[in-house]
Write a protein that binds this ligand. Structure first.
Ligand code: QAP
Ligand code: CO
Length: 175
């Protein structure tokens, strides 16, 4: 499977991803293909919609205490639902679909997530810290929401200006 990262302002990022019903080889192939894309791009989280598959699947791979990412810490979530959310936290977020832009975003501190693994087994976990932030960011993708959609009007305007400039520079350096 040949996957590419879909980048803003691509409209496909606004799609609502569809629930997954079959836990078959096709799903496993998609998940297996998403992992190397996420690692090559230096990502810690990736939603299927970011590789043009509008399905409710996300990958998470949070670095450990030594800042190393290990496949042992890979979490695959199918049809995730955030059941409970408490507290508040702020983190400077980025997104593989919005390259080279980072902004402080408000999130819940602790969440309880209900999801299925790649074989369709139900899991329920309570998480906080970076994993909690990453799950909230990725679940937003499944609903067509990007972190830049959460910026204030003035910060969003500043972003659009900077991003357009960056895209222009990218284009001219390719010529
Ligand atoms: C979502 O984001 C996230 O601009 C995952 O040039 C964000 O992996 C989870 C990345 C914040 C938790 C906190 C972004 C890599 C990676 C870039 C990412 C870039 C290279 C973003
Ligand atoms: Co993202």
């Amino acid at each position: 499977m040949n996957l590419n990262i879909v980048e803003y302002p691509d409209k496909r990022l606004k799609e609502i991803s569809k629930e997954i019903e079959k836990f078959d080889e096709q799903l496993h192939k998609l998940l297996d293909a998403m992992y190397p894309i996420m690692m090559q791009s230096n990502g810690i989280g990736l939603a299927a919609i970011q590789v043009a598959h509008p399905k409710r699947a996300i990958l998470l791979n949070i670095p450990d205490e030594d800042d190393e990412q290990s496949i042992d810490n890979l979490i695959e979530m199918i049809n995730p639902i955030i059941m409970q959310k408490t507290g508040e936290t702020i983190y400077q977020e980025g997104c593989l679909s919005v390259p080279s832009f980072y902004e402080d975003i408000n999130r819940y501190e602790t969440i309880t997530v209900n999801y299925l693994d790649r074989d369709g087994n139900t899991k329920i976990i309570e998480v906080d810290g970076l994993l909690s932030i990453a799950i909230q960011h990725e679940v937003d993708h499944l609903n067509g929401v990007l972190f830049i959609d959460k910026l204030s009007y003035s910060r969003r305007k500043k972003f659009e200006k900077e991003y357009k400039k960056m895209l222009k520079e990218k284009k001219s350096s390719k010529k």
